[in-house]
Design a protein around this ligand. Structure first.
Ligand code: ZN
Length: 268
């Protein structure tokens, strides 16, 4: 790895939900364990390499959060401002999947190319998307912004794998949604897999316990297998509340909400 393909990742926790384990895991009763409290954290990720910036997901919007009773800890667009960047800068946006908590605010990125699996875009614009088990998470109001970006010539649909930049690879894994992506990033701390919702929680990965909403169960299990088979990988999950405790907190106004991975002064 050369320094030119080494990225620093900022992990921003923008929201939180307190619920139960039986709400977090699919068919929780099958495990024969008592129910209990469970916290889901909501993240977005920013990759930086010199003056290059890549956004991985855009968090949920205030409207999307309100609709579902979710708490906004910090507005994602405000968090970007603290990092010295803006949605309108035109930097690339990766949509790991089109759930409301990953594409809220995407309309603000009105000059950005938007990378998404072709299968993901196709699904959320199909007649299956409004069916209840999908539409709770896949919000047509938010999907409309992807449709608008496509009309604008800014949607970059692909299948399989795509090297977005040296050291940043997008990999279509499916499972949670038809075109779920994970992002493999080279950093000074090592290779990082931003699993997004291919693995919501470390417990999901370690104990093979799928999240409550999975579009394709066999593929969801296969994706967990694939992640576990990767060697020397730092896995960052999509929603585990413990992620912030694993890395270096940012200094300044985002110290409560954000950490970095692979920074030049990162010793972990
Ligand atoms: Zn999701």
């Amino acid at each position: 790895m050369t320094s030119s393909d080494s990225w620093e990742i900022t992990v921003i926790r923008h929201g939180i939900r307190h619920a139960t384990r039986s709400e977090a895991y699919m068919s929780y009763g099958f495990y024969g364990e008592p129910d209990g409290e469970h916290t889901t954290a909501y993240y977005l990720w920013i990759l930086r390499n010199g003056d290059q910036v890549i956004h991985v997901d855009t968090g949920y919007s205030t409207a999307g959060a309100r609709k579902r009773g979710r708490t906004v800890l910090i507005d994602p667009l405000e968090a970007l401002a603290h990092l010295g960047c803006s949605a309108s800068d035109g930097n690339p946006v990766v949509v790991t999947h089109a759930h409301y908590d990953h594409i809220g605010n995407v309309a603000a990125f009105d000059r950005s190319p938007i990378y998404i699996a072709a299968s993901e875009f196709e699904f959320w614009t199909s007649d299956l998307a409004p069916r209840t088990l999908f539409s709770h998470f896949g919000d047509q109001d938010e999907v409309a912004h992807l449709v608008a970006a496509r009309a604008d010539g800014r949607l970059r649909e692909f299948s399989g794998r795509l090297e977005l930049a040296p050291g940043v690879e997008l990999i279509e894994v499916g499972g949670h949604t038809p075109g779920q992506l994970v992002v493999l990033v080279n950093t000074r701390a090592g290779r990082v897999l931003l699993a997004s919702d291919a693995a919501h929680f470390h417990e999901e990965l370690e104990r093979d316990m799928l999240f409550a909403s999975m579009a394709d169960l066999p593929q969801s299990y296969r994706t967990l297998d694939w992640i576990r088979e990767q060697e020397d990988l730092i896995v960052v999950t999509g929603h585990d509340e413990a992620e912030l405790g694993r890395f270096i907190p940012l200094e300044g106004p985002l110290s409560e909400h954000a950490v970095k991975i692979g920074g030049s002064d990162d010793r972990r």
